[in-house]
Design a protein around this ligand. Structure first.
Ligand code: PEP
Length: 253
């Protein structure tokens, strides 16, 4: 059975005191028996603090990126083993900002996904089209291509530990949310693609999230859709009240 997941991507925000206040605020407010899986992704320097503060709570901690190699001459990079060593259990892979500003490709995304799985980290794999691609009518083939390349070489067993996030680039940080119908259409395309690559049971068990200006007021409509299993949340994950509104209003099917 797939899970409903609410994941907060903090991006390059919050220094130590703000990070600590946000995490302690969430720890005091996320119910012990919360029905969704709640994940926060602070920046690298505060991951150990996040792991420490969330111990014994239902909140999981994700990194926003990682390298695929174990160690070596890769200045500025962090390896999967290092994330596991500090107690992180999820990692966001292939966010559109990484693809746009840091030259991530489908090939590096695939290497990172394989490395994450090899270390028992759950990858949250991001995909999404630009407005131009949508208007050109190539959204479906683009998304299917991204999914196929990200999952290349993964087994059915691997898929039990994979989360996919559909994040239309035109809806990230813009205040423009894809309508629930638009988001559902693409999440359903993703699920069908997973079914074609593996089988229907694997597709039915894969959590597919929507990301792009998710807020407390639109999360119920989004997560109420058949193929949307939660949200990857940017801006609204930075404030405890905003993130709690999303957690509280998400529909767990
Ligand atoms: C994101 O960057 O993953 C995201 C969805 O951002 P926002 O919620 O701010 O649009």
């Amino acid at each position: 059975m797939r899970k409903t997941i609410i994941a907060g991507n903090w991006k390059m925000n919050h220094t130590g005191a703000d990070a600590k206040a946000t995490i302690t605020g969430l720890v005091s407010r996320v119910p012990k028996d919360v029905k969704s899986e709640v994940i926060i992704a602070p920046v690298f320097p505060y991951l150990p603090m996040a792991v420490e503060l969330t111990k014994g709570t239902p909140i999981h901690v994700a990194a926003q990126n990682m390298h695929w190699e174990e160690s070596g001459a890769f200045t500025g990079e962090v390896s999967p083993a290092m994330l596991v060593d500090i107690g992180v259990d999820h990692v966001i892979i292939g966010h559109s900002e990484r693809r746009t500003y840091f030259n991530e490709t489908d090939e590096t995304v695939n290497k990172k996904v394989k490395a994450a799985l090899a270390h028992k980290l759950t990858p949250i794999i991001c995909c999404g089209e630009t407005l131009e691609q949508r208007e050109q009518g190539i959204m479906q083939s683009w998304i299917e291509g991204q999914i196929e390349k990200a999952l290349a070489g993964l087994t059915k067993a691997d898929m039990a530990n994979v989360v996919i996030a559909y994040e239309p680039i035109w809806a990230i940080g813009t205040g423009k949310t894809a309508s629930a119908a638009q988001a559902e259409e693409v999440c359903s395309i993703i699920r069908k693609k997973v079914a074609a690559l593996y089988d229907q049971a694997t597709a039915d068990d894969t959590s597919v999230l929507y990301g792009g200006s998710v807020k407390g007021k639109n999360v119920a409509e989004l997560t109420g859709s058949a193929d949307i299993d939660g949200g990857l949340v940017g801006g609204a994950s930075l404030k405890v009240d905003d993130f709690m509104a999303i957690i509280d209003n998400a529909i767990v099917k």
